[in-house]
Design a protein around this ligand. Structure first.
Ligand code: AMP
Length: 591
């Protein structure tokens, strides 16, 4: 297959913001590909060569890419550098340069998908002393033979920022449509959630149809996309939603860990599917000792703890374990305890479709608790007073709240999904209208006065899962201390965008734009209807969005969450509605 076919598909995707249209462009393209080509194309469409959980990156800094663009064009360095300053996006620079290059290449060969993938893999695996030169040479060789459009997307691919706006959910829609299984769309999504590998699901579907997709099961060594919780504003509503009775658990404030045990080999994954094994050697050791079977996938929260008193410590302490060097000292200085709360597989048995209490029992039968490894504290309740007491005890034990879990027949482990089988209830939900939000940085404003030289405020967004777009909720300027303001540019480095990202819906202006990547925890006083912000706009009367009034940064950077795991439009709407109900004391919501 020629790379030009993929490049023109990207170009068509980039020119539309309609999810339906994107789906049909992709479906039409996918339908005609060989299964193995399709797998590569699906990864490439997301600016990757591998599934999400493979951490190897192409690792080319902007300057290196620019060097390749210059080498391939033989234009003056100065001219190309100036263009970059003006355009901001390396893809556009490469495109422009390719259309103006001094010498047309007599010996250029059309780029095939295979050659592009081979060179990109070479870039990814280059190591050692001459790795930078090697990476530049491999990209230069592709750019040398690239058309302007191909050059645009080659450069964007190595940066990992495609700007074509095709989120995983759109790709899944397109796959279901391309291979005639629209009615089984949910099964295709489940296969993705179970394997965290969209390319693998695509290849199976193209090769073996929906039967192949049904054969995809949880597997030790391949992280599963985590089950997520909804929220409700009161214990009464929670009990009612869960049929009058449920299991309550302490909600620990630490880092979520998915442990994959294969005999002696233990691998730990974060909620973002990153490999955390090297950060928690003590947890690995505890799991090895505690588990009495051969294989397992377990989930729990890793919480900082004071070993002398047994008291749980604030979440920030565990962040010290996210370092690359000095791990031995960090293990001693910042001890943790793992509270196990779920189990997806034990030996050959996939437990994800079994009810919650059965999963818990299976886990308890195979694990011996120790001082550093325990089960989450749990109680089955069916009365409000019991639930209230459990909640008070959770707070007294240093937890941030509770998780209420369905114990009904259908209380499966819903991979990758937020739903009402799990409901979180935190201390800040009570009383006033305060609540915390996990918001994504999409823009920034240049600081003035006391904030001269740093960012003055940030533009923050939520994620609309259904539409696959980010929407702005507020401008955030409070809660920042000097140290955080100084750290911010480094945190946002590599995510700059010359214009609003293609999958951001905004009516706001900003001095700087960013691809959605960095998630911050924010508190606010009230959610209100807004003509300027776009949050949850698809769920509201035309022309309105929601805004957060008096937002304030809590000091917590949610680096355990990806941008797509930020607060969603649906969550926001339900918070807005329950807030309206609280304000009106039982009268109907505001719309
Ligand atoms: P949030 O990060 O506010 O969306 O809350 C969900 C997170 O709470 C999960 O991803 C876990 O990391 C964490 N958590 C703490 N305790 C529990 C528990 N007992 N059951 C499930 N999740 C828990």
């Amino acid at each position: 297959m020629l790379y030009s076919e993929l490049a023109s598909t990207y170009d068509r995707l980039e020119s539309t913001s309609s999810r339906l249209e994107m789906t049909s462009i992709l479906a039409e393209f996918y339908r005609n590909l060989e299964p193995s080509e399709l797998r590569q194309v699906v990864y490439l469409t997301q600016g990757k060569l591998n599934p999400d959980y493979v951490t190897e990156k192409m690792g080319m800094a902007d300057k290196m890419i620019l060097k390749a663009v210059i080498d391939a064009s033989r234009l003056q360095d100065r001219y190309v550098n100036d263009l970059w300053m003006k355009e901001g996006d390396l893809g556009s620079v490469a495109e422009r340069v390719a259309s103006e290059r001094v010498q047309t290449n007599l010996f250029s060969q059309p780029l095939t998908l295979q050659r592009v993938v081979e060179n990109l893999r070479g870039i990814e695996s280059a190591e050692g002393r001459n790795s930078q030169t090697k990476k530049i040479r491999l990209l230069t060789s592709l750019l040398h033979d690239a058309s302007p459009l191909e050059a645009r997307y080659l450069c964007r691919t190595v940066t990992g920022r495609m700007r074509v706006g095709a989120a995983s959910m759109t790709i899944l829609d397109a796959l279901a449509s391309a291979f005639g299984v629209k009615e089984d769309r949910e099964d295709v999504e489940r296969a993705f959630n179970v394997s965290s590998d969209i390319g693998f699901v695509a290849e199976r579907l193209a090769k073996d149809g929906i039967e192949g997709v049904h054969g995809i099961e949880v597997q030790v060594g391949r992280p599963v996309r985590s089950m997520l919780a909804e929220r409700l504003p009161s214990m009464e509503e929670i009990l009612e939603k869960l049929g009058g009775g449920c299991a309550l658990e302490y909600k620990y404030d630490g880092i979520r860990v998915q442990a994959h045990i294969d005999n002696d080999k233990v691998t730990l994954y974060s909620r973002r599917l990153e490999d955390l094994t090297a950060n928690f050697p003590d947890v690995v050791e505890s799991l090895r000792e505690a588990f009495s079977g051969q294989e397992a996938i377990l989930e729990g929260e890793c919480v900082p703890v004071d070993l002398k008193t047994g008291k749980l410590l604030p979440f920030q302490e565990v962040a010290h374990r996210r370092r690359k060097f000095g791990m031995e000292e960090a293990v001693k200085e910042y001890p943790v305890r793992l509270f196990l709360f779920d189990c997806l597989k034990i030996d050959s048995e996939d437990l994800t479709l079994r009810p919650f209490l059965e999963r818990r029992k299976a886990m308890e039968s195979k694990i011996k608790v120790t001082d550093s490894l325990m089960f989450s504290h749990m109680q089955v309740v069916d009365e409000l007073s019991q639930a209230e007491l459990f909640f008070e005890n959770a707070l007294a034990a240093g937890c941030e709240g509770i998780m209420a879990k369905s114990i009904a027949e259908g209380s499966i482990y819903r991979t990758g999904n937020r739903g009402f089988l799990w409901i979180k209830y935190k201390k800040d939900y009570r009383g006033d209208l305060n609540d915390s939000f996990d918001l994504v940085v999409v823009g920034a404003y240049t600081g003035k006065g006391k904030r001269k030289g740093v960012y003055g405020a940030l533009l923050m967004a939520i994620y609309d899962t259904e539409a696959g777009v980010f929407q702005t909720l507020c401008k955030l300027g409070s809660g920042f201390d000097d140290a955080f303001l100084a750290e911010l540019p480094g945190m946002l480095e590599g995510h700059q965008s010359p214009s609003p990202p293609s999958h951001l819906r905004t009516r706001m202006e900003a001095d700087h734009w960013f691809e959605p990547a960095v998630v911050l925890e924010v508190m606010g006083a009230e959610i209100s209807l807004s003509p300027t912000h776009t949050a949850a706009e698809g769920l509201l009367p035309e022309g309105s969005g929601l805004a957060l009034r008096f937002p304030r940064f809590t000091g917590k950077v949610r680096d355990d969450k990806t941008a797509e795991q930020a607060t969603t439009a649906n969550e926001l709407i339900s918070m807005y509605r329950s807030q309206a109900t609280m304000v009106d004391e039982g009268s109907s919501a505001k719309f």
